[in-house]
Design a protein around this ligand. Sequence first.
Ligand SMILES: Nc1ncnc2c1ncn2[C@@H]1O[C@H](COP(=O)(O)OP(=O)(O)OP(=O)(O)O)[C@@H](O)[C@H]1O
Ligand SMILES: [Mg+2]
Length: 490
Amino acid sequence: MRLSLRDARSDIGVFAKAVGRPLTSWQAKAMRATTRIVVIVAPRQAGKSRTLAVRATHAAYRRPGQLVLIVSAGEDAARRLLAEVRAIVTGSELLAGSVTDEQQQLVRLSNGSTIRSVPASERQIRGWAADLAIVDESALLDDDLVLSAVFPTTSARPDAQIILASSPAGAEGVFYQLARAGEQGAGHVATFTWRLADAKWISPEVVEAARASLPVAVFEREFEGRFSDVGLEERVIERGWVEAAGGRDLEPAGDAAYGLDVARFGSDSSVLALAVGGVVRVVWSVHGSDLMSLTGKLARTLAERPAPVWVDSVGLGAGVLDRARELGLPARGFVANAKPIKPDRFRDRKAEAWWRVRELFRDGLVDLDPRDGELAAQLAAQRYQLSSSGRVEMVSKREMGGPSPDRADAAVIALVSACGASGPGSVWLRFARREVEKQAAAAPVAPPALRGLPRFERVAERGVCRCRPGVRRFYLGICVVCGGTPPEGQ
Ligand SMILES: Nc1ncnc2c1ncn2[C@@H]1O[C@H](COP(=O)(O)OP(=O)(O)OP(=O)(O)O)[C@@H](O)[C@H]1O
Ligand SMILES: [Mg+2]
């Protein structure tokens, strides 16, 4: 088929094919809208930036002397969009004779039209009179900048158009409001929502992996293009997952770690939990937090059943941690409000730890004592919410009301340390295990007392210890971590 220049000029679909960037029907439909404001709400990787680059180039090509302004959230994004525009114009005979000026962040076509691609800053935007203003990732931009810098660039030209595209953030702000206005039939705004299922270049595996690991609301936003309510609270661990964990019978094998939650107020309890792999039990719970007696109790437990212990060390816990270290116990602080490993996804270490434990529950890797209804209730009661930037944060116990979740906090610290590929445990565990070994070498370990943790004892009944070599420790023929007997040949 011979390309008609007239068709390429009048229709973006024809133009897009001619420049080697064919659009899908839904991309082209949004780009043909003629309202003053066009809003595109789309999931990640739906082709927003690519489509906008085609649209910018087409607007510049179609009529001489046009100025197209593209605003991106950051410098890299602006550079990438300019590079895409450059690739389009240099790759097509239609646009022969165009020049690029990197310094000025622009591409100029032979018909005198100009495309500028700049990061979102007042200095870069103010003072320009654009025929078409395009904003990529609008939801990430400051509302003020959009309203008082970007919008005025089009006010001098009666036919000028503004296109805002973004994956949605929270249900608030200019992008959200304009998207709603378009949906509700406002004459000057047209809203288009693109769907992930229609983007054939996104593999289903990628989507499934993201669905499994992202918070529900973040997945809805980034992959389904839906606005999410900021502050809407959701349960971290579903009740059904907790119930299933109570009915599960896992081998207590793998790394062992204690979590100690120290009482902060008079009414709270201090709780020690032990996790061996995903099998977690509350070892003891004592009222109040007399520092000396608590540390003494901890030392006795560790002597019976040595494993690294993480102490929730915000507030009074710091004193317990200091004392435990003085006594030479393999103790380390779990600082709930410390910076997480992934600060873009989690508000703090506590949120990250709970999220990791949520994944363990979801994947069926946790075994709870079915008689510990209190722990189950506390685990299922914890809620999270999303900040406006999409980070997961735990709802504080004060906001949730109800009793203090001491047992759940201790269990989460223990679990994340014992099973924490991405938790706080991994690095520390290696260190702590060395400490345990050093101490065990220096002084013989006390005989194991297999009371209080009935389900760990089953391994002893069955016989063989299944702990990893770095964790298992035998005393009088019994592993003090799991109660098992040595495997053959040891
Ligand atoms: N119509 C299309 N046909 C084939 N591939 C496409 C189409 N549109 C976009 N793509 C491809 O999809 C990928 C994502 O495109 P692009 O970066 O434009 O998406 P985006 O929505 O801006 O993504 P992000 O949200 O990550 O910024 C690119 O590899 C692009 O080539
Ligand atoms: Mg993009």
